[in-house]
Structure formats: C-alpha cells, structure tokens
Design a protein. Structure first.
Length: 277
C-alpha cells in the first residue's frame, strides 16, 4: 500500500460535493480518481439539493444546485457509477431541514433514485450560522441557548423521517463558539431522537479544517451514539478532489476508541453494515 492510500484504504467517503453546488471545484471524475488513489471502497456524492423548497429569504445560488440541475447531477453520478468497476459510486444528496417545508422536500426526494439522503441544519431562524459571510450574527448571542435551538432542530429533523444520515451533527461549533454549560443532556436527547428515527450519524472530518479544530461530532456525542446503537458513516465534506478521504486515519482511530467496529453503507436507501478495515 502506498502512502497516499494509507489513511483511507477500505473505507467509504459518504460526503462529497461537486462543482454544481457553486462553491466546490473539480470534475466529478477527479473526485473518483482521488478516492481510487486512496483505496476507498466507496465514494458517495452528496451535492446540495436545489433550495427552491426553502424560504425565499435563505436561498443562495452560490450554496446549492440550481433548480434545473438536479436531473443532470443524478444522471452524471449514475453514469459514473456504471463505468467504475473497481470502486462503488453511490448517489446521495445533502438536503437542509426547514420546519414547515417537509412536504416540499419529500416530493423532491421521491422523484430520484437516491442511495441515501444526508440531513443538515444550516439555518437558524433564517440565519446561515455556518456561513463565514454571516459570522457577525454570533455577536451578542447566548451560545448555550443557541446550542439548544440548534440541537432541537436536529431532533425535529430526525423526527421528520425524511433523512437517512445526520450530517455534521454538531455543526454549530464550526467557528469555535462553545457553550459554558454541560451539553451532555442535550447530546443525549438528540441521540435518542436519532436512534428512534433509525438514522445513522456522519463522522465528518471537515471540522478539523475549521476554527473548531475538531471532528464532527465531538467525542462525547459519538460515545453516546455508540451507547444507543446509532450506526455511523464517514464523510470528508470534500469540496475539492484533494479532500476526499482526508483525515480518515483520525476518524478510524476515534471510532475504534469509542467502540465502533463497523460503518454503515447504503443502497437504495437501505442500510447495511461493513466491518472497519
């Protein structure tokens, strides 16, 4: 095994974007080539779903595919998968949870043969809290209260039944804002809702590349997931080919410390488990 393959060999990256989302670079085939070079067994594309189902005040054409691009995205990923014999390509999508818009999202999701759907919370009352453009929104915020609102949205997202995987579960820490109080009870309520919905949780390395300097989710959150039997998938949140499988060695080590010996795989929105290599 060469040095380029060592950290990700035998694993699956289930959170990869393409240039269609407006803030990623590189051709789709280049992401697959990087996954192949690193020895991944699977790569799952999860571009941001078009935002036309979201409230108009939060729509941003630089953050997701345009309304007319979804069909082309699906066709491209399916064609790429059909032509790859040595690595499995999965068709995923990342979709925002927006209270009150569940029906519109469900109608979109049911129109395409996705293997899995990542559920994300990127907006709190219309504020894009993880967008650097809007970082000044943290000024004067009660961070403990903010965490409570964020995780309540994650709980509601799980209860909606629309998603298969919770993406970057504690994204609210992205810019390094941490609560002062004990968050374990909040973590437990959230994980119980995820377990009740029979969802998986993503262990996402992008937090290491952000001011949080920590994998999503925090080790304490992940330990509670293991306690409640919540399966996990791995994701790099790659927005350029070089980030595919990035820091997966750290993820695998964390999973083993917590107690995980398997990761989840999806096909046609059906989940199975694969041993950690």
């Amino acid at each position: 095994m060469n040095a380029g393959m060592s950290e990700a060999a035998g694993l699956a990256d289930y959170h990869v974007h393409t240039r269609r989302c407006g803030h990623a670079t590189g051709k789709t085939a280049e992401y697959v080539q990087k996954a192949r070079h690193k020895g991944l067994r699977e790569i799952g594309f999860t571009d941001h779903i078009p935002q036309y189902f979201l409230p108009e005040k939060v729509r941003d054409s630089s953050l997701a595919m345009g309304e007319g691009e979804l069909g082309a995205y699906v066709a491209e990923v399916l064609a790429l998968g059909a032509g790859c014999g040595d690595i499995t390509v999965k068709l995923g999508i990342e979709a925002d949870y927006s209270p009150g818009h569940e029906g519109a999202l469900k109608a979109i999701l049911e129109g395409y043969p996705f293997d899995y759907v990542l559920g994300s919370v990127h907006y709190i009352n219309g504020w894009g809290f993880d967008n650097p453009v809007h970082i000044d929104g943290y000024a004067g915020k009660d961070i403990d209260a903010l965490y409570g609102v964020y995780f309540e949205l994650v709980q509601r997202m799980a209860a909606s039944g629309l998603f298969d995987v919770v993406a970057h579960p504690d994204l609210v820490k992205k810019f390094g804002y941490r609560p002062h109080g004990d968050v374990v009870p909040l973590y437990k309520r959230t994980v119980r809702s995820i377990a009740a919905a029979d969802m998986a949780v993503e262990v996402n390395t992008a937090g290491l590349r952000q001011p949080a300097r920590e994998i999503y989710p925090a080790p304490a959150f992940l330990a509670i997931c293991f306690e409640y039997g919540v399966p996990v998938v791995l994701g790099s949140d790659a927005h350029r080919p070089d980030d595919v499988g990035r820091d997966f060695e750290a993820v695998a080590a964390l999973l083993r410390r917590v107690g995980y010996r398997e990761t989840a795989s999806f096909e046609g929105r059906r989940r199975s488990l694969t041993p950690l290599p």
